[in-house]
Every structure is written in structure tokens, then in C-alpha cells.
Design a protein around this ligand. Structure first.
Ligand code: 13P
Ligand code: SF4
Length: 302
């Protein structure tokens, strides 16, 4: 029996839902019930009645699913699937930062640990960061974390000057630099350029691109565009569905080396084993769940 068929069988047996992020390897994306960005997958985890959710993504995504669905069993097929950006701030560091800015509103990107979410007022994803910050009263100071490039983008888009940024970044996106973009533009003069707001340096790269989008925003654009060529400035895993869903447009990676090692930890064998052995179950302490729920519910609602 093929691994794909085994996964179908185990999903049925466990009454499980398989979610995969846009950066997962192609065969895992193809096996999933839903593929998407952080916001879409969080919403699917809430909407589903499946008692078991196998999350082919990274740890903070599985933790988010657990906080929003404490009664469900959440599986992460490989515990090595972390995130450098999420590791760039601890709850202790956030508490210290908050004490330096009493009364400030804390907006945390979903790429954070459960403990950091529990210290936050709002969570956001790249899809709704601008919307969420824009709705916070203009006189309120904001602590935005942990991605400084996304934060710069949010500041620019909302026109707010009272947003303090944590100096974290994603190494995969931070290396997508203005110089690479200028070169690509020169080599492909007619191409559209779409970029994820984590790209570095946000203030320099993002004004040079045609659209700044979350990974799902990029997918929606890719599915409907009639452009001959599109340059994609994000992790290369997203190209699989773009090319499959729109074979008449040529999708090029801004950098073929933009590969997130954490997103490539999970393969079909890990997914099969995860469902068969019900591993690795993600647990979050009840008190952390209680405190992290409201900021995440605000994220889902925006
Ligand atoms: P999205 O929210 O766009 O899925 O991005 C998640 C991520 O980890 C980007 O590096
Ligand atoms: Fe984290 Fe960057 Fe990988 Fe996204 S691409 S999971 S932000 S390390």
C-alpha cells in the first residue's frame, strides 16, 4: 500500500484532519485536507469537528491549534519543526519589555510561543497584522513582536509612529534583500513581484514590489493572475501549488535557496507514523491556554 493510501486509512481510523502549511513539501501538501497560511489553518482547526488534528507545519502552529481547541488531540509529526523567529523572544523578555512601556498594547505575531501569546493583548498573522494594529486607538503605544520587518511594514501601512518593534527576524526571509530584487527585476523586466512582509529589509524591499501578501494572499493572486511571469519572494514551498493551480503563468523564486529547514522536517512517513502512533501530542498548560485564548480569538475574528 502506498504511503498516501496508508495516510487516508489512518485519517479515517482516527477521525483526523490533516492540515499543511503552504511551505510544506509537495507530497505532504497533496495529502492534506487543507493547505494554507497560518490564519486559514487556525480557522480550519476551529471549524472542524474532527477530534484529532495532525498539523504538518511548525510547533507554534500546532500550539495555536491546541489553545483554540483544548479538547482536541493535536499532533505535530516531528518535534524538530520549530521556528527561529518564534524563538527570538521569550515570555520573560516580553514581561521586561512591557514593564518598560506601562499601558502599551502588545500585538504578537502568531509566530511566537504559547507563553508569549499568554502575555499578549492581540495575536495577528501576516494576513491581518495591518488591520489589527489599525483598529487599536491611535493614542495607545503598541509593542509589536517579534518580526521587525513585518513591524516596519505595519507601521508604514497604518501611518502610526507609536509602534515599538522587537528586533527579531526570520532568517529565510531576512536574506531576501533589495539587491537580489533589483537583479531579478533587471533580468525579468515584465514580471510581477509579490513578497511576504517578513522579507528584509522591509522598508527597502517592500516598496520595490508590486504586492505585499501573506502566503494565502500570494496563492489567491497566483490562482487568478494572467501575468506571463511572477517573481515570488518567500519560502519556495509555495511554488508547488502556484505552478499546479496556474500552469500558464511562470512562477519564479526570488531566491531558490529560500528554504525553511523547519518546514521541511515533515515527510509522508512522519505523517503516517504520527497518525498511526498518535504522536507527537502537543500540550499547553491550562493556565497558558486560558490567557492566550483571547489574543488568539481576536486574531481569528479579524
Ligand atoms: P503565513 O502566516 O503567511 O502563513 O506565514 C507564516 C510563516 O511562518 C512565514 O514565514
Ligand atoms: Fe519561522 Fe521563518 Fe520558517 Fe516561517 S519561514 S517557520 S518564520 S523560520
Amino acid at each position: 500500500m502506498s504511503l498516501e493510501a496508508e495516510i487516508v486509512r489512518w485519517k479515517e481510523k482516527r477521525h483526523a484532519l490533516l492540515l499543511a502549511h503552504n511551505y510544506q513539501v509537495p507530497e505532504v501538501q497533496d495529502a492534506a485536507d487543507f493547505v494554507g497560511d497560518s490564519l486559514y489553518l487556525s480557522r480550519q482547526a476551529v471549524a472542524s469537528e474532527a477530534p484529532v488534528i495532525c498539523f504538518a507545519g511548525v510547533r507554534f502552529m500546532a500550539e495555536t491549534a491546541k489553545i483554540l481547541n483544548p479538547e482536541k488531540t493535536i499532533l505535530l509529526p516531528d518535534l524538530a519543526a520549530g521556528c527561529t523567529l518564534a524563538d527570538s523572544i521569550t515570555a520573560e523578555q516580553l514581561r521586561t519589555w512591557k514593564s518598560e512601556h506601562p499601558g502599551a498594547v502588545v500585538v504578537s505575531y502568531v509566530n511566537t510561543s504559547a507563553e508569549v501569546k499568554a502575555e499578549s493583548d492581540y495575536c495577528c498573522t501576516s494576513s491581518n497584522a495591518v488591520r489589527i494594529v489599525a483598529q487599536i486607538p491611535a493614542d495607545k503605544e503598541i509593542l509589536f513582536l517579534p518580526d521587525m520587518f513585518l513591524g516596519e511594514w505595519v507601521k508604514k501601512s497604518t501611518g502610526r509612529s507609536n509602534v515599538h518593534l522587537w528586533a527579531g527576524d526570520c532568517p529565510v526571509h531576512a536574506k531576501l534583500r533589495p539587491e537580489t530584487l533589483s537583479r531579478a527585476r533587471a533580468e525579468h523586466p515584465g514580471a510581477q513581484v509579490i513578497a511576504h512582509p517578513e522579507c528584509g529589509c522591509g522598508t527597502q524591499v517592500l516598496p520595490m514590489v508590486d504586492k505585499v501578501l501573506s502566503t494565502d494572499g500570494m496563492m489567491r493572486f497566483a490562482q487568478t493572475t494572467h501575468d506571463a511571469e511572477v517573481i515570488v519572494a518567500t519560502e519556495v514551498g509555495i511554488l508547488h501549488r502556484m505552478r499546479r493551480d496556474n500552469p500558464t503563468t511562470k512562477f519564479l523564486a526570488l531566491d531558490e535557496g529560500a528554504i525553511c529547514p523547519f518546514m521541511k522536517q515533515i515527510d509522508l512517513t512522519d505523517v503516517r507514523d504520527s497518525l498511526a502512533e498518535m504522536r507527537f501530542q502537543i500540550d499547553v498548560p491550562a493556565e497558558t491556554i486560558r490567557r492566550a485564548r483571547l489574543p488568539l480569538e481576536r486574531m481569528i475574528a479579524s
